[in-house]
Design a protein around this ligand. Structure first.
Ligand SMILES: NC(=O)CC[C@H](N)C(=O)O
Length: 304
């Protein structure tokens, strides 16, 4: 890790000029972003930080937040949550409806939209004020009091979220949503709207690289076994129908979002957050994937 900063800078500069793909325009507010933004921050479990580019600019973390809502639900209810959502890769798009029909409304995993909506329902049942408590949890693991929901993005999602409305209603028809549909989807849209910068995001994922303990405070966020489970789910399901490709090329458990962010971890070593808004055809950050592929090739350190 000695020359981590120079490796990051070197790879950043190689990848920078190769800015292919498109921003997610199905959520109109996301398409207003400057497509040249590119930031990275890596934090070791010992608290060293290596960062470069636009690492201080906040962006919409979108589906990366699904790992955090899953962690909160797991920390409250443990294994029980897996009665209502599976742990298998879907091999389908993040917003796919089709498997729900043959699988009786049990989403394949908690990191696709349907699974994350079920987790939001679980949080609505378990918490008094889910929106506030979820944000407090995220602020505490990211060690930042300023992290917030972005009302503009949440509204933009709501206005165009026809697929997510279809998913939640379909789930409800199978009896896999306990609460009022509007309350649950409101939490889901807010979850996806959370904005963070790469430093906050790498700190937030620190417990997953550190056997469940927050590196900055030594506080236990999850039991060690729960951390193993969430890392396994990220490894198999974090990149939707590109999860195999990410494992093959990068070799780290991670999670992407359509805002162009990726968070990934190397157990007992580091957590890393990357942001570059243009996405490949599977909805994952084009330069983010490239950067991590080159980074783990150069450092030769992966979970495999
Ligand atoms: N993959 C993603 O980041 C998708 C999240 C987005 N908010 C949606 O529900 O469609």
């Amino acid at each position: 890790m000695e020359d981590c900063q120079s490796i990051i800078e070197e790879i950043y500069n190689v990848v920078k000029g190769d800015n292919k793909g498109d921003v997610a325009s199905y959520i109109p507010e996301l398409s207003t972003i400057d497509v040249n933004k590119f930031g990275v921050c890596l934090r070791t479990t010992e608290g060293k930080q290596f960062a470069y580019g636009d690492f201080k600019t906040s962006f919409s973390i979108q589906s990366i937040a699904k790992v955090l809502s899953l962690s909160l639900a797991y920390s409250i209810l443990g294994e029980q949550i897996f009665r209502r959502v599976g742990v298998e890769p879907s091999g389908a798009a993040f917003n796919s409806l089709s498997q729900l029909e043959t699988e009786n409304g049990i989403p394949r995993n908690p990191l696709i939209n349907s699974g994350a909506i079920v987790i939001c329902d679980i949080l609505c049942s378990a918490l008094k004020n889910p929106k506030r408590e979820l944000l407090e949890f995220i602020r505490s693991i990211a060690n930042s009091k300023t992290i917030a929901y972005c009302p503009k993005i949440a509204t933009s999602e709501k206005e165009t979220g026809f697929r997510n409305y279809a998913l939640i209603n379909y789930l409800k028809s199978f009896g896999n949503i306990e609460n009022d549909v509007d309350t649950v989807i409101e939490l889901y849209f807010h979850l996806c709207s959370i904005k963070m910068n790469c430093v906050e995001l790498s700190i937030a994922f620190g417990y997953l690289s550190n056997k469940g303990i927050q590196a900055t405070t030594d506080k236990r966020i999850l039991p060690e076994s729960g951390t193993k489970r969430i890392n396994a789910i990220m490894n198999l399901c974090g990149f939707y129908d590109e999860a195999g490709e990410f494992a093959y090329k990068v070799g780290l458990p991670g999670k992407s979002g359509v805002g162009g962010g990726i968070a990934a971890i190397l157990p007992e070593n580091y957590s890393v957050a990357i942001w570059s808004p243009k996405l490949n055809e599977k909805g994952n950050s084009y330069r983010g994937m490239k950067f991590l592929e080159l980074f783990t090739s150069e450092t030769q350190d992966t979970i495999f």
